[in-house]
Write a protein that binds this ligand. Structure first.
Ligand SMILES: [Zn+2]
Ligand SMILES: [Zn+2]
Length: 209
């Protein structure tokens, strides 16, 4: 079975106790795995992941470099998942913001966050609880995809998001949002079968090519 989990937090997120190495070991239980470790507001997982995953033991695993950015849309808190095609080509101004200007608890205005957008990244709106008009607005500003499956959302919210994605013809993403032992209800791979079954996974993965 192919495990695809596009939203995992490692110990590079303060609120997670999942070690990168343990995430990789977990993936060994699957024929093939595609994962994104999207830590909060920092790019530190990317280097460690690529070093560890180079071990041939992990040849069944594809790691998509990523980060989850905290932003503000009007007064609302939103999270943006950035997925990079090439970790060597990460927008230098985004890197500069995260490495030097970001400090704990900061939230960047969404317009500013979307200014980092370039051809090397796909942006998905994490666990959205927004109305259709706001999602439409974000799509026009550069948000590519919607994270439909995330255990933070109720079934009702996920269904609504799926309707929005269909209406706006947006690709969808899926992630467990696992934070290790702190989130026992969000095991890695949660909703994996939903994501694979409706064959949305392929559409998203093609965007990264
Ligand atoms: Zn989030
Ligand atoms: Zn998250």
């Amino acid at each position: 079975m192919h495990l695809i989990d596009l939203h995992i937090h490692s110990t590079y997120s303060r609120d997670s106790d999942l070690k990168i190495e343990d995430i990789l070991k977990y993936c060994l239980g699957f024929e093939k795995a595609t994962i994104a470790v999207a830590d909060h507001n920092n790019l530190r997982s990317i280097e460690e992941l690529s070093l560890l995953a180079a071990d041939k033991r992990y040849k069944n695993i594809r790691c998509i470099p990523s980060v989850e950015l905290s932003a503000l849309l009007g007064g609302e808190r939103v999270h943006l998942l950035y997925y990079f095609k090439d970790s060597a080509m990460i927008n230098p101004s985004l890197r500069e913001y995260l490495d030097h200007r970001y400090s704990e608890g900061m939230r960047i205005d969404i317009e500013e966050a979307l200014r980092f957008k370039d051809g090397n990244m796909i942006i998905s709106l994490a666990h959205p609880r927004l109305f259709l008009d706001k999602i439409g607005y974000l799509k026009a500003k550069g948000v590519d995809a919607l994270e439909i499956f995330n255990p933070k959302l109720s079934m009702e919210e996920m269904t609504k998001n799926l309707e929005h994605a269909v209406m706006l013809d947006m690709p969808i993403t899926s992630g467990s949002d696992s934070h290790g032992s702190k989130t026992p209800d969000r095991a890695i791979g949660r909703y994996n079968s939903h994501f694979l079954d409706i064959s949305y996974a392929g559409r998203f993965l093609r965007l990264l090519e």
